[in-house]
Design a protein around this ligand. Structure first.
Ligand code: ADP
Length: 257
């Protein structure tokens, strides 16, 4: 495993309407450890709207206000990342993408060239959806699907989703106490991919279904995805650095693992 896309959700990055600084710096520690281990990392980070909201209390349920919050919050969030990465002497860069960019071969190619160049200089590209220009028909809407595209088109070996949940279970563990972890998933059924979206909380969209769709997108193209906790990164460390699958779920077709 050489190239890793890490996706972190807004649940992990925010707490009580503020940026969760401890968790953000723990994430930066993980990325620095991956760099030390000679891995290339692309980070897909949510949290722009939440970061904007810490600065100005606009209405998060109004589309234009939300776009304004994202525009305010995005550079604010990047500044926090840059400061944290600087402790390790690591440079980071911002890449804003929209679904259109993956619709055009030429634009995907341009983005890929830029990402390759950044990675060759050991810079961490930080990707987010370009909320301000995203058109309604062509919007990823959640960074799970965006990160699957990033992993596939930018030739990553694996997508790692760091979530508020530590794995994929046979049913929603927040509702069923007897839910069991599925450690390895080799295929996903129609029902699993179309289940009701179960996102909760005002900053979250997507829920587990968009994660399964991201996994399915990659598995169909010979890729793989790992889902583990963004609150406690020990399973991600074990899997990515020690090569030991302790907790978390690996989605990969049988040929891969
Ligand atoms: P994030 O903010 O990290 O993107 P979400 O909160 O949107 O994550 O989605 C994860 C949530 O999906 C979990 O907290 C859980 O309540 C819910 N969920 C529903 N079904 C399952 C399942 N089978 N396995 C794991 N989580 C599930």
């Amino acid at each position: 495993m050489k190239r890793v896309v890490l996706k972190v959700g807004s649940h992990v990055l925010t707490e009580d309407g503020d940026i969760a600084h401890d968790r953000l710096s723990a994430l930066v520690d993980l990325i620095a450890a991956l760099h030390k281990d000679n891995k290339e990392v692309i980070l897909v980070s949510s949290g722009a709207v939440a970061a904007g909201y810490t600065q100005i209390r606009l209405n998060r349920s109004d589309v234009a206000d939300k776009q304004a919050l994202a525009a305010i919050g995005q550079p604010y969030l990047l500044k926090i990342y840059q400061t944290q990465f600087a402790h390790y002497g690591i440079l980071s860069a911002q890449i804003l993408l929209s679904a259109d960019d993956f619709d055009s071969r030429k634009r995907t190619e341009h983005a890929r060239t830029a990402v390759e160049r950044l990675l060759s200089h050991k810079v961490v590209p930080i990707v987010n959806e370009n909320d301000v220009v995203a058109t309604e028909e062509l919007v990823f809407g959640d960074n799970d699907r965006l990160s699957a595209h990033v992993a596939h088109y930018f030739d990553a070996d694996i997508l790692v989703i760091l979530s508020d949940i530590d794995a994929y279970y046979d049913k929603d563990p927040h509702r069923y106490s007897d839910a069991k972890i599925r450690k390895i998933v080799t295929e996903l059924t129609h029902e699993e991919l179309e289940d009701e979206c179960s996102a909760h909380g005002e900053f979250a969209t997507g829920g587990i279904v968009t994660k399964l769709q991201a996994a399915n997108f990659l598995m169909k193209r010979g890729g793989q995805m790992f889902l583990s906790s963004g609150f406690d990164l020990s399973d991600a460390y074990s899997f990515l650095i020690d090569g030991v699958h302790r907790g978390g779920t690996l989605f990969a077709t049988e040929a891969r693992h």
